[in-house]
Design a protein around this ligand. Sequence first.
Ligand SMILES: O=C(O)CNC(=O)[C@H](CS)NC(=O)CCC(=O)C(=O)O
Length: 325
Amino acid sequence: MPKSLIAIAQLTSLPTPGDTLPHVLPLLTQAAARNARLLFLPEACDYLSPTPKVAAVQHAAPLAKGQNLFLDALRSGAKEHKLWINVGLHERCTTDPTRCWNTSVLLDAEGEIAGVYRKVHLFDVDLRDRGGPLILESSTTVPGEEIVDPVETPAGLVGLQICYDLRFPSPPTFLQPAPHILTYPSAFALSTGPAHWSLLLRARAVEQQCYVVASAQVGEHFQGRASYGQTLAISPWGDVLGELPAHSPSNPHPAPELLFVEIDTEAVEKVRREMPLEHSRRRAEGTYDVARLRRLERVRREEEGRDGVDGVDGGGKVLEQGGSI
Ligand SMILES: O=C(O)CNC(=O)[C@H](CS)NC(=O)CCC(=O)C(=O)O
């Protein structure tokens, strides 16, 4: 520390974990050969399945050792190569067996689980007017309920988010302590990627004043589903430090690839010293929003009090005096 090398993968997951795994494992060897400390793999790295619904969850497995072929192989690889790994998986949901969680797991260099985050924001959209899909992620996936604390890794503190979460600026503002790296493992849509992918990832880096790392699915997973790609690493100042190619219809099955980037936690601290956003941030309590709500509440009470004295039901009454907002 404070400088360390990380590897960020771009690949095309296939419809089963068994088919996908042989494309993923060589990336661990390649990352370790370059002495990377941490490897980032994409969302839904275990498989991307055609609808219908049943097919989409039938390979979802618990995270426990011995119950997840895909994660077990990554655990062994992490241990063998002394490599931390972040990976997106379909996790079997214990509360609803017909759906899964969209989960991001962080493995330490012993292959033990150091962090688990379940995607909070689900991709329920109708983009058919834009040549895109109608997708209801919530039909196969149960939303996570928690933002999880950043995890200390050899590359710095890592904050876990997933794909569509990148459209929501607020969750990272609640991460404590503030991470050095925010990661968004993704499988972005072809119809939204060109307009929004790099724009939003850069915005998250500038707002949070940290590295943003987004390992992306790319290419055609099966007939009718492809991902946008353009794996990205962004600096705490918002510069693109490195990227891998976006999907190209002329190359629907590109070979898995790694992007190597050096992380310098001191660069994060420097930007935060120069422009102390966290110091200037005004949380809901004591700010303009809350002051305005209090004013409205006071007016409402005054009105009720008056009605009470008059013995009149106040429902639907218009203020006659005072109560300026
Ligand atoms: O379906 C699976 O098995 C894995 N999950 C995904 O691919 C998810 C939900 S469909 N994709 C996204 O969130 C894309 C978001 C996006 O493209 C945007 O925000 O524009």
